[in-house]
Design a binder for this molecule. Structure first.
Ligand SMILES: [Zn+2]
Length: 347
């Protein structure tokens, strides 16, 4: 079989076309749709995990987001396991997603990361600027009204993880989830509170993102600054995972019926499971980010722990397997829908 390798371009003018037009084109071409919440509900005994999608589709060019990538190595992984799920050959872009996870325990409803949000002034990232999506309506349709959220947990405070923390109401940014405690890691908060972002910063580091999506939560008295190993309840515990940002944290779910780890942006795309040395261009401390990524790959490989990242496209939930071909291959990501939709962890 002849493998056609498209030209993969670096296009700084359009780094993140995760907009509805791109999605519509992709949907039409593939004859499939990206339904919010299309990830099967994961059951861990009486704890469930779903996702609410803000947008999903062709996103960054690999050479843009991974400055140290190797085109031939990427092509080999594509042939082996990445295409067509996690790469869009036609556009030459990675397939990625912006979504929140909804965790329901017998005691609490927890939202993990809150995407870009509506009405936010983000002129340097065009698809995110003054964005309008039905995220909140979708969340409500999934049975989670805003007032029912008990905790909002941000793995870190980059612009695409804090947006729905607030919404515009009568010209003011107010917390979207009126009864929630918002958990911010104290190291992460302290960094962004003091960060000198000069003219306002750009991309992931915008000062105005902190001011419109984090500070109003603090001023409303709904923010809780937590330490790295903070336990939300008896099944959910934070874990420091610095590198991508100064105070990035994982969220570990541990139950008698299985475990999962919400990995935030320590990995942006499944290819980083095969190549954990490929940092994203948005990493604060690339060597530390690599060490953190290598550690989570090693720890979860060949276990039943589900890996739930912040930007993987469908299938989103999966396991890491090492050397699957027995040929010294690199690790791979196996989405659970590739296993017939049933999970070892399903009750
Ligand atoms: Zn992100």
């Amino acid at each position: 079989m002849v493998f056609f390798r498209p030209a993969l371009r670096y296009d700084p003018a359009s780094p993140a076309p995760q907009d509805t037009a791109a999605l519509a084109v992709l949907d039409k071409r593939r004859g499939r749709s990206y339904n919010p919440g299309a990830m099967e509900k994961l059951h861990f005994g009486d704890v469930t995990v779903e996702r609410c999608v803000e947008s999903e589709g062709p996103s960054f060019y690999p050479g843009f987001i991974f400055p140290d990538w190797d085109e031939d190595a990427f092509a080999a992984e594509r042939r082996d396991w990445i295409d067509p799920l996690y790469f869009d050959e036609e556009s030459g872009r990675l397939l990625m997603s912006l979504h929140s996870y909804i965790i329901r325990t017998p005691h609490h409803t927890i939202l993990v990361d809150t995407c870009v949000g509506n009405d936010k002034h983000r002129p340097d990232t065009k698809p995110w600027h003054m964005r309008q999506t039905p995220f909140l309506e979708d969340l409500t349709a999934m049975g989670v009204a805003p007032e029912e959220v008990d905790f909002v947990m941000c793995t870190h405070l980059h612009v695409d993880h804090i947006g729905w923390n607030t919404k515009l109401e009568d010209g003011r940014w107010t917390p979207t989830f009126p009864n929630a405690k918002y958990l911010f890691h104290e190291t992460e908060y302290a960094y962004w509170e003091k960060a000198d972002m000069g003219d306002g910063g750009s991309g992931m580091t915008r000062r105005d993102a902190f001011e419109d999506s984090v500070l109003p939560v603090m001023e409303a008295g709904q923010a809780v600054l937590v330490e790295g190993d903070h336990a939300i309840d008896d099944t959910l515990q934070l874990e420091p995972s610095p590198g991508h940002s100064p105070g990035h944290v994982f969220l570990n779910l541990e139950t008698e019926h299985g475990s999962a780890v919400f990995t935030g942006d320590v990995m942006h795309h499944p290819v980083q499971i095969a190549y954990p040395e490929w940092n994203s261009r948005f990493c604060y401390d690339p060597p530390q980010s690599q060490r953190t990524r290598e550690a989570i790959v090693e720890r979860t490989a060949d276990t039943s722990t589900l890996v739930l990242a912040a930007h993987f496209a469908m299938p989103v939930a999966g396991h890491i397997v090492s050397n699957p071909g027995g040929n010294g291959d690199r690790c791979k990501f196996q989405g659970v829908s590739q296993q017939g939709g049933r999970l070892l962890t399903e009750s």
